[in-house]
Design a protein around this ligand. Sequence first.
Ligand code: SF4
Length: 443
Amino acid sequence: MPERVVSDVVCPFCGCLCDDIEVVVRENRIVEVREACALGTAKFMSLSVGERITKPLLRVDGSVRQVSLEEALKEAAKMLADAERPLLYGWSSTECGAQAVGVALAEVLGGVLDNTSSVCHGPTVLATQDVGCPSCTLGQVKNRADLIIYWGCNPMQAHPRHMSRYTTFPRGFFRERGVKDKKIVVIDVRHTETARLADRFIQVELGKDYELLAAMRAALKEYEIPEKVAGVSRKDILEVVELMKNCQFGALFFGMGLTMSFGKHRNVDNAISLVKDLNAYTKFIIMPMRGHYNVAGANTVFTWETGFPYAVDFSRGYPRYNPGETAANDVLQNEECDAALIVASDPVSHFPAKAVKHLASIPVISIDFHHTPTTEISKVVIPAAVAGVEVEGTAYRMDTVPIRLKKVVEPPEGCLPDREILRMLLEKVCEIKGVETPVVKHA
Ligand code: SF4
């Protein structure tokens, strides 16, 4: 049986966007994945073995029936056009072209447009808007960094190749001996798998990251600090600050342990400010560990098109941004949306019960490739081809470097790219509303 090997494939799972994957294809089925971690391999392989949605579905009076794409789109367009303030949510697990059409659709509908960063690194965006963000590319980290700090994140579980491709283990231009040239520090509330690989582990008390960051900034400026801060001794704080001050190139990576614990964007503000302070002594950068493979792209595309990275409300006829009022969870929990379009996401599995309760009470349309709890409550489900496996496109890595996704296999018959489905939906909505269909430049 003839096999073909597709090389330099980009893994469309996490924000590392590893671009060195080899995929073995036999008769349009993926039979082997090389170089990827377990998470990336599972994403590629699940498309061949998992249960896939291949036909549009319509739920009427509790029962589900297969319908044509035309009927599904007609029903979905009507539901959205009839709504006063629909929510359009998801977007982080699809490519940038689809995101751009999504923005146009939200504007025509006067809806609320939000992506998954509102429940992960939204606080990072808020802090960056307040104080900026001294950063660089992952390539620069690989070639230059001699001190890596992971704060409130566990890449060994969530971004399994981050350490081997970009930070800890690779040899770099100025780091020829690989890991021997580097020091790794982990700061977290628990001793994680990543902490086991670190030279130094600092255990911070739950919810006290802000205090520890403030103590580090004070110590850096040679102020007296208490004997113990956030469960960490003065001696440990001073030693870590000395390490930071005396490295040649430091990189601080942080995760949801910082963004979603007590303090939220103020934690990130303080971490960025610490890094800014460190640049008076050496070169130091900071970078969020973005989760979904194209959540950075969602922030980027939304910002190009509307000026705002997430939680964009078009209900007044122009884009307005006020997280806390206009994010997906806000409009769901306050019962301020009356229909929802969910693209490549599963909020029913991840949102608080109050938000899910409202979502289940309004008409929902899902565009997805497999069954999820969200497709189970959806009135219309439209199957899609998988970006980065069955469709080309662009995605932004966690360092906001755009990377071209490859097409490896043909999608199942009738499964179109997200951007095509959304374009057809946009046309139908414009038809119902009697307005001209906008031209989407980036799709
Ligand atoms: S680290 Fe992330 S991008 Fe790289 S192979 Fe694993 S899941 Fe895919």
